[in-house]
Design a protein around this ligand. Structure first.
Ligand SMILES: [Zn+2]
Length: 342
């Protein structure tokens, strides 16, 4: 089979790879219905996060179970499944308190930008839908594997409640779905920080009530102005830079919450500043598995349409263009369809 492999900065190739097989009896092999390019794939793509060797790419996936190991009992061939970017057993103490992305036996998923994928710990990781969903639902369901689950975790970690005032820092796909999540959780006011017209439009569609284009001190001042001088109850940090993290902390009211899900690159916090900020900080890799059943239901009931973040759809063999378009910000998020499965 052919799949995406990253060789170095801005060098993604679509090339021959080994067909994945069952290695442990707890594995499943799934035939990918759709995959996509993650904002976090852009860190190694841009060379900011160096790679040691050519690396099969992709960790967001959904598809049809092709084969399962002899120990797998909860999913079977022919079922449509979605899983998280971290495989988890879903039974260890850490999983049981809802932090499956820190599972004691977690394994990072890789190589999903391909026709077939091996998923370890299939019983704990994969959630099957009761029937194979219609084609139009696939993009929505695919987002639950990471980007939507991550936006949802950002809002949950930021303690968004009915009536909350929320700020979302970052207008990438995660930030936009953070807006959608906050709306779904009942936030009254959602301020999206964005400078790009197409993203502002989608943010509004997802439920943003205000747009702030300023950044840094001006951005912080603008948030204060919009919130009667007190700043926001909940702030979603969806970027992962020093600037975005400080933007988030300084846009939060005393006693408020920052939910941070941008993978940090070069972020360091000053203890004294943190001390006097009086904010709660909670974040990390989203425990997507915890939210899958609830989010699948919201999609199947037509309550949310997170697949709208895909503004570019390509056949899998054009994966390199999917990366380029996101790198150059021509696309918010690229959806990839393996040949012959759509
Ligand atoms: Zn676990």
């Amino acid at each position: 089979m052919q799949g995406a492999v990253l060789y170095g900065p801005r060098d993604v190739r679509f090339e021959e790879r080994d067909i994945p097989t069952i290695i442990k009896q707890t594995d499943a092999i799934i035939r990918i219905s759709a995959a996509c390019v993650c904002g976090s794939d852009l860190w190694p793509y841009r060379g900011i996060q160096p790679i040691a060797q050519p690396t099969p790419m992709g960790h967001e996936y959904c598809g049809i179970v092709e084969e399962v190991g002899s120990a797998v009992t909860s999913v079977k061939p022919g079922q449509f499944v979605i899983g998280s970017f971290f495989a988890s057993d879903n039974i260890c103490p850490t999983c049981q308190i809802g932090y499956q992305s820190s599972c004691q036996h977690r394994e990072l998923i890789g190589g999903a930008q391909a026709p077939l994928l091996r998923v370890p710990l299939a019983d704990g990781t994969l959630v099957a839908t009761s029937e194979v969903p219609s084609e139009d639902l696939i993009p929505n369901l695919l987002t639950l594997s990471d980007v939507m689950g991550t936006g949802w975790f950002a809002a949950d970690a930021a303690n968004v409640k009915p009536g909350s005032t929320v700020v979302v820092v970052g207008d990438g796909a995660v930030g936009l779905l953070g807006v959608l999540s906050a709306k779904q959780m009942g936030a009254k006011r959602i301020i999206a920080m964005s400078r790009r017209a197409s993203r502002q439009k989608l943010a509004r569609e997802f439920g943003a009530t205000d747009i702030v284009t300023e950044r840094g001190d001006e951005g912080i001042a603008r948030i204060k102005e919009l919130t009667n001088g007190i700043s926001a109850d909940s702030v979603l940090e969806c970027v992962g830079t020093q600037e975005s993290m400080m933007q988030a902390i300084k846009s939060t009211r005393p006693g408020g919450y920052v939910g941070y899900v941008g993978v940090p690159h070069g972020v360091s916090l000053d203890g004294e500043q943190l001390f006097f900020s009086h904010v709660h900080l909670h974040g990390g890799p989203a425990p997507v598995r915890r939210y899958l059943p609830e989010l699948i239901k919201l999609v199947l009931d037509g309550k949310i349409n997170p697949g709208k973040v895909f503004d570019l759809t390509l056949p899998l063999d054009q994966v390199a263009e999917g990366y380029r378009a996101m790198d150059e910000r021509r696309a918010i998020k690229s959806l990839l369809r393996p040949n012959g499965t759509n």
